[in-house]
Ligand binder design. Structure first.
Ligand SMILES: NC(=O)c1ccc[n+]([C@@H]2O[C@H](COP(=O)([O-])OP(=O)(O)OC[C@H]3O[C@@H](n4cnc5c(N)ncnc54)[C@H](O)[C@@H]3O)[C@@H](O)[C@H]2O)c1
Length: 413
């Protein structure tokens, strides 16, 4: 019989619940324990996965005071709470599925990679974009050589106007000092994905961007403190009332973004949360500081270039990418890839199938499956991005941010 895997969940929030649900679809997996100070979240996850009451903890530290009770730990706490549990759990011999960003300084990230290496445990960072069926199709096309050598790449991350307001103006990732900077919080995935596609180390990076819109100077003079007492609310694109009442009745939207705001599923319950909670604040009167638009230019070894744009001012959509090669070019949007072959002058369309029902078009479930296969086979290199590659993507993201903050071109060693 295939090897059984028991997982411990550190953080039972949005991502923790999702990973537990996805992992438990595999009959070889058992959720052995959960740690989260939030009793409602802890109990929800524990009850859904039959975690015994003695294995429900308020803090990850309570959990590691016990002798090892599982094979692997999923670390899905907020950004500033990754480093400490990652070091401690690796030292206890747990394999790690670690949410991005790995940690909030380069040295912390390096120390996590070193700790995993020293303890000989598998470390996978949740760069979910690499694990989508879409990425596999792109990788296969690039590896086939049909477009020749990649010369340049153009990549757009359309964050979406309401998603920016939810997560990066009103929500958990609005302030660099409480989480991390925008490029790390949101686009380390994209930098990692570009590295994956190009397949060579980056050599130079420049970047520009800033916080253009979600600031007090942009506030219309009649705007209220909160959407519920604002006369301009009906015409405001960032109306919390419209964004969150609109989630009711849609199971995917009730899970995210509504679950972050409230567990209520009635209009009155949602309005109550907006009346007093952070998600009802006017977007021009928040304490946010992360950027709402940023461009990054990259030069890779061998001269390949990539330009990346992250912007709030779009629909909420999948990333859009154009890859220009010496013998063809292609364009992808997560649902399909269109390829122009320069040899024949013909276009081919590749529709993406099997993206599943998770929030990252099959990336979340693909990652969890790969992690389980890595553990059961004992061959992580066949299934997962290496810790060193994830570290390189994080370091490149810091270099890009340094380039933006110092108006310089940063050279990577
Ligand atoms: N890979 C991706 O695509 C992706 C997408 C979204 C978020 N993330 C990352 O996932 C992480 C979690 O995000 P989220 O949206 O699930 O946040 P969340 O706030 O919903 O969940 C975090 C949970 O950690 C719990 N927690 C706090 N202190 C703890 C402790 N000492 N021990 C155990 N648990 C503790 C909180 O109570 C909370 O329930 C973040 O780092 C975020 O940046 C990754």
């Amino acid at each position: 019989m295939a090897r059984q895997i028991s997982l411990i969940m550190v953080g039972a929030g949005d991502r923790g619940q999702l990973y537990a649900d996805l992992a438990a679809r595999d009959p070889r997996v058992r959720i052995a324990a959960v740690a989260d100070p939030d009793e409602r979240r802890r109990t929800t996850l524990a009850e859904r996965h039959a975690v015994p009451s003695a294995r429900r903890y308020s803090h990850w530290q309570d959990l590691i005071e016990q002798p090892r009770i599982g094979d692997a730990a999923v670390i899905a706490t907020l950004d500033r709470l990754h480093h400490e549990p990652a070091l401690a759990l690796a030292a206890e011999g747990y394999h790690l599925l670690l949410e991005k960003p790995m940690a909030v300084t380069p040295d912390m990230c390096r120390s996590i990679v070193e700790a995993a290496r020293a303890a000989r445990v598998t470390l996978a960072v949740c760069h979910v974009l690499r694990y989508t069926p879409y990425s596999r199709v792109l990788r296969r096309l690039l590896d086939s050589g049909v477009i020749g050598q990649i010369v340049s790449v153009q990549h757009l991350e359309p964050v979406g106007w309401w998603h920016q307001a939810h997560s990066f103006v009103r929500g958990n990732w609005r302030r660099t000092d409480e989480s991390t900077f925008m490029l790390m919080a949101k686009s380390v995935h994209d930098i990692d994905w570009l590295n994956h596609l190009v397949g060579r180390p980056a050599r130079r990076v420049s970047s520009f961007g800033g916080l253009h819109h979600f600031r007090p100077e942009q506030r219309p003079s009649d705007a209220g403190e909160r959407c519920l007492d604002c006369v301009l609310e009906p015409d405001c694109p960032y109306s919390a009332k419209r964004i969150y009442l609109g989630c009711l009745g849609n199971p995917a939207a009730e899970r995210w973004p509504l679950q972050t705001v409230t567990s209520a599923r009635t209009a009155e319950g949602v309005l109550d949360a907006l009346r007093t909670g952070p998600y009802g604040r006017c977007v021009y009167r928040c304490d946010n500081d992360v950027v709402d638009h940023q461009v990054v230019n990259l030069e890779y070894e061998g001269g390949t270039t990539a330009s990346f744009t992250m912007t709030a001012f779009t629909e909420f959509a999948f990333r859009q990418t154009k890859i220009f090669g010496t013998h063809g070019c292609l364009e992808g949007n997560g649902r399909e890839v269109e390829l122009l072959n320069f040899r024949t002058g013909k276009r081919e369309r590749h529709l993406i199938e099997g993206s599943g029902d998770d929030p990252h078009a099959g990336g979340d479930s693909g990652l969890v499956r790969a992690f389980i296969e890595a553990l059961t086979s004992g061959r992580p290199e066949d299934h997962l991005t290496s810790p060193e590659e994830s570290l390189a993507s994080h370091l490149l993201t810091w270099a890009a941010e340094q380039a933006r903050l110092t108006s310089t071109v940063v050279h990577l060693s």
